[in-house]
Design a protein around this ligand. Structure first.
Ligand code: ARG
Length: 578
């Protein structure tokens, strides 16, 4: 369905022309000041220059013509030259009526369906998932779902960190503890054991990492082990597989609890087969050169305002680096999926890395020149003290404990004064807690740091996940009562509304274009507020005029559908009651 903003633009184009101005100035957008109007056109300001006339005069001329429009109830010219528009109720009602007949509530299929890979999650194998990975998972999942809703082919890839130094560290520490294992016997030619050599994977990495910082020879050994692993050492590859099995099972559980699902469980290691050829190619074509022993590709550009160091392809010891695996992964992605676009999520402090990788990939032409590469860098999740989020005793917070804590808090709240079975209360608490956590994160612009304030996030009032869920639950309960009276909500005809639902397709489009889940959060908060105002001002079920009542019900139904579609794009869902 055409967006209302586009329908209005069309009307304004005619009005601009009728008033004697060019129609290029007629663009209408959602209002920045919803307290004043629903839609706005700022074109008079630009037109003023061309026509050497005060913008307000131009706006007034256009407004005069627009008074005849059937879709507009109120239109005014406001200083210095804004055109503020409030829609006609009948027009909105009929628009909503058509919207409700469509599965995607008026969101049109894209003219060209793109294949888009979202690279998110990014957990590091052998290290426990910590809260820093929460943001990647939560924002990435939402971006993926928004793209899918809009109609693109979205592929989510967890892109595990499974090929770096941490693997060498774990191998080295295992060797120190159990040197008798066959993995460390170069003469061994038999089958390696099926059972994992680890019972202590959680502890082994931090221990090894700390030890390496103090002991140079140990560190050397770990670097050497990393190199050997990357070059196909048989025993180390077998250890690596064990680490992967244990880790991935654990990660799947954790991501599952967050309602985060990946289409691909690939990692840096999957890029390895592409590395030797890539290196050869970059050398042969003259892109790469040796700099202080390392193989690098220069990526600085003329207009750079700050120093962009070269992209590192191989370390002086020949080992692959973070840049290397990301580049080779692009080759793999191009080959296997032909994506039109790849979107990466990582801490915004990794921005330079992505600038280097993107430039290098384009410059060396290892990817299709039309492939778009985008980076969503997110800010830090802080505690109430404004410092990175920690446990009470100052340690790194494990994601699992964070989720458990919030579930527990929410359970207490829900169990407090409600008559639900223990089982239902637990399940409901989990759903609501997830909304609290995800909405708490997603409602902020991704690049900003934010304060993870559990108390605020789990509140049923204010701009929170639970508040929005509560709105849905409220609508569901009214609709259920209406159905109990033997009537069909789906057959209700839309009446003059008090809603924001008609903006749905516009908001979703913007959220996708700007890769901005926070815009969907802001929208559902408005929508929930609009609905709750309406709910408090209106007798819905006790309305005696059946026709009017049906109009209210139709409105409820579409509000519910819009809210549910939005929370699904944010990655959580609403319970039946709470
Ligand atoms: N494993 C990385 C980390 O924990 C994040 C990976 C992001 N994705 C990528 N393709 N580099 O920092």
């Amino acid at each position: 369905m055409k967006k209302i903003a586009d329908i209005l633009t069309f009307e304004l184009e005619a009005a601009f022309e009728k008033a004697g101005y060019d129609k290029q100035y007629a663009k209408v957008t959602l209002s920045n000041r919803p307290d004043l109007c629903e839609y706005q056109c700022n074109g008079a300001m630009a037109a003023a220059k061309a026509y050497k006339k005060a913008p307000i005069m131009i706006a007034n001329d256009v407004v005069e013509v627009l008074k005849e429009s059937v879709c507009i109830e109120q239109v005014e010219a406001v200083n210095p030259g804004f055109i503020n528009i409030i829609l006609d109720g009948e027009f909105v009602a009929s628009y909503l009526g058509k919207m409700s007949e469509q599965e995607k509530l008026g969101v049109e299929e894209p003219t060209k369906q793109k294949t888009i890979i979202v690279d998110y999650g990014g957990a590091n194998v052998a290290k426990p998932l910590h809260v820093g990975h929460l943001r990647s998972a939560v924002i990435g999942e939402s971006v993926k779902r928004i793209g899918k809703y809009v109609g693109h082919k979205m592929i989510g890839d967890v892109h595990l960190g499974d090929w770096g130094y941490q693997m060498g560290l774990v191998i080295t520490e295992l060797k120190k503890r159990k040197p008798e294992l066959p993995y460390f016997d170069d003469q061994f030619e038999g089958e390696y054991p099926e059972e994992s050599p680890f019972t202590e994977l959680e502890e082994i990495y931090p221990t090894a990492s700390a030890y390496a910082k103090e002991h140079e020879d140990y560190k050397e050994e770990a670097l050497q082990a990393t190199f050997l692993l990357q070059n196909g050492h048989r025993g180390y590859t077998a250890i690596w597989k064990h680490i992967m099995n244990v880790s991935v099972a654990d990660l799947k559980k954790n991501y599952g609890a967050l309602n985060v699902e990946f289409d691909l469980w690939k990692g840096e290691a999957d890029a390895q087969p592409y590395i030797p050829e890539m290196v050869e190619y970059m050398k042969k074509e003259g892109y790469a050169h040796i700099d202080q022993g390392a193989l690098v590709v220069d990526v600085k550009e003329e207009n750079d305002t700050k120093e962009i160091p070269p992209c590192m392809i191989l370390k002086s010891d020949g080992a692959a680096l973070y840049d290397t695996t990301d580049l080779a992964t692009l080759i793999e992605r191009e080959k296997l999926y032909h994506p039109d676009e790849v979107i990466y999520l990582a801490d915004k402090r990794q921005e330079l890395h992505f600038v280097q990788v993107f430039r290098c990939a384009k410059k060396t032409k290892i990817i299709n020149e039309n492939m778009e590469l985008k980076f969503i860098g997110f800010g830090t999740m802080n505690g109430k003290d404004g410092k990175p989020f920690k446990t009470r005793d100052g340690g790194v917070m494990r994601l699992e404990s964070l989720i458990n804590d919030i579930n527990e808090e929410m359970y207490k709240k829900i169990a407090e004064n409600r008559t639900m079975s223990e089982e239902e209360a637990r399940k409901t608490a989990q759903m609501v807690a997830l909304s609290a956590m995800k909405y708490g994160d997603l409602s902020n612009q991704a690049a900003k740091d934010y304060v993870f304030d559990v108390e605020r996030f789990i509140s049923f009032e204010g701009n929170t996940g639970p508040y929005n869920l509560y709105t849905i639950v409220r609508i569901k309960s009214i609709l259920a009562k209406y159905a109990e009276s033997g009537k069909d909500a789906a057959k209700c005809k839309m009446k003059k509304p008090q809603t924001q639902s008609e903006k749905f397709n516009n908001v979703i489009e913007i959220a996708f274009e700007e890769l901005a889940p926070h815009k969907i959060c802001a929208y559902i908060y408005d929508l929930s507020n609009a609905f709750n105002r309406f709910y408090h001002e209106t007798k819905i079920l006790s309305e005696e005029n059946e026709d009017r009542k049906a109009g209210f019900i139709a409105l409820l139904l579409i509000t519910k559908r819009a809210l549910e579609a939005c929370i699904d794009m944010l990655g959580f869902e609403a319970p039946e009651r709470m």
